[in-house]
Ligand binder design. Structure first.
Ligand code: HPA
Length: 267
């Protein structure tokens, strides 16, 4: 198989989804070529401010990578099959590992804004993208989900973070539909069911990657904390998308440095 740059270019070994405000990693990629989603027939294009829409093919840490700068979300109104189409395409091109990132609200009382969390497991509250006819060429009807996020890669991330002097949290990511942020009662509910952070993406993409046998490593940038806010006690603390984007921008450098090094050392 040849890479997305045409004949003679290698197949990317790693696919990367650059989520909200995590653009700095794009700058670390030695770009070979880019392709706007808008140029691909029938491809979903994000309508959200702060989300670009293009593939970047290039080199990172000595590996050929294919990065999605921007993704579409279920809350934008796309059917779930279209939301996961870009990840399906990367898996089809032959990536062996998918690195996903997102912005999330902290549910764990230990978390603070600007923390970085490696995703240890998830709870999917977005429609499952595998509902419907199964294509056995892609994967089995009932895929195993006992280790959605690769333990070896998580251990590698912890090791690199320790070397970089970066506090790396680990926890359970809850993928919700959004687009409204959580009510105080929903925050208590999500914490009770086992969530450490909540966002509006990622879990469907991880499900299709695992369906296709691709290893996954995921990171959440905690842009805001939901517990301990006055809102939890029925108070008035408000959360805006601007706040999420701004904190995302501030922590993007640390997460990018971590992911860049982890990719370089991936087996
Ligand atoms: N809730 C859901 N999604 C989010 C949040 C949040 O508090 N912060 C960033 N993405």
């Amino acid at each position: 198989m040849e890479g997305p740059g045409g004949e003679g270019t290698p197949v990317p070994s790693v696919g990367i989804v650059l989520g909200s405000g995590l653009g700095a990693l794009a700058g670390a990629i030695e770009v070979i070529g880019t392709l706007d989603y808008a140029e691909i027939p029938d491809f979903p294009v994000s309508t959200v401010e702060g989300h670009r829409g293009r593939f970047i093919y290039g080199r990172l840490g000595g590996k050929h990578v294919l990065a999605m700068e921007g993704r579409v979300h279920y809350y934008e109104g796309y059917p779930i099959g279209e939301v996961v189409l870009p990840v399906r395409a990367m898996c089809g091109l032959g990536i062996g590992t998918l690195v996903v990132s997102n912005a999330a609200g902290g549910l764990s009382p230990l978390f603070e804004a600007e923390d970085i969390m490696v995703i240890g497991d998830h709870i999917n509250l977005i429609p499952n993208p595998l509902v419907g006819r199964n294509d056995p060429e892609l994967g089995v009807r009932f895929p195993d989900m006992s280790e959605p996020y690769d333990r070896e890669l998580i251990a590698l991330a912890h090791g690199v973070a320790a070397e970089q002097g970066l506090l790396l949290r680990e926890g359970v990511y809850v993928g919700g539909t959004g687009p409204s942020f959580e009510t105080p009662a929903e925050v208590r509910y999500l914490r009770t069911i086992g969530g450490d952070a909540v966002g509006m993406s990622t879990t469907p993409e991880v499900i299709v990657a695992r369906h296709q046998g691709v290893r996954v490593l995921g990171f959440s940038l905690i842009t805001n904390v939901l517990t301990g806010r006055p809102a939890c006690l029925g108070g008035v603390a408000k959360l805006t998308h601007d706040e999420v984007i701004e904190v995302g921008r501030r922590s993007t450098a640390a997460l990018s440095a971590l992911v860049g090094e982890v990719v370089a050392r991936m087996p």
